[in-house]
Design a protein. Structure first.
Length: 158
């Protein structure tokens, strides 16, 4: 499978999963623990970023962007499905907390910033790969220079 098809496959998988993860994370953010909810979402985003990271730049960026778009747009209808069920579940066990508008906007900003981690994961892996290739190339060149420095065939010709 070529990298573009793989990128689109990953974007569909992570985008559709993300559209259900975001409303669940929102409910956790509002009613359980804000830090824990954001940490779980960051773990999800990092896993997606690691899946996209071996792909070439163009394909990975396209896939990551599509994942964010799918997750963001489809999270709205998914929220309409998830919210009533989670609300009834929480009301049976404890008090349900709703967030003020300002807190909801803050949550959306946190989610958007955490989504940027996918790009950073790809960038970090690409940087490490480039640095490792450069290191390997330099070590091979150094070995060649050392071998040439101790080569006796040039001294005999003089």
């Amino acid at each position: 499978m070529d990298s573009l098809k793989r990128s689109m496959k990953y974007s569909l998988i992570f985008g559709i999963c993300g559209c259900f993860v975001i409303p669940v994370i929102f409910e956790m953010y509002a009613n359980v623990s804000r830090d824990f909810a954001l940490l779980l979402f960051a773990a999800y985003v990092l896993a997606a970023g690691f899946k996209f990271s071996p792909l070439p730049a163009k394909d990975a960026m396209l896939g990551i962007t599509c994942t964010i778009a799918y997750s963001g747009v489809l999270a709205i209808p998914a929220f309409l499905l998830v919210h009533p069920r989670v609300k009834s579940l929480l009301e049976k066990r404890s008090k349900y907390f709703t967030l003020a508008f300002r807190e909801q906007v803050k949550f959306i900003v946190y989610i958007a910033l955490i989504f940027l981690l996918m790009y950073l994961v790809w960038l970090a892996r690409a940087g490490f790969k480039k640095a490792f290739e450069k290191f390997r190339s330099n070590s091979e060149k150094t070995k060649g220079y050392i071998d040439n420095a101790f080569d006796d065939t040039q001294d005999k010709e003089l």
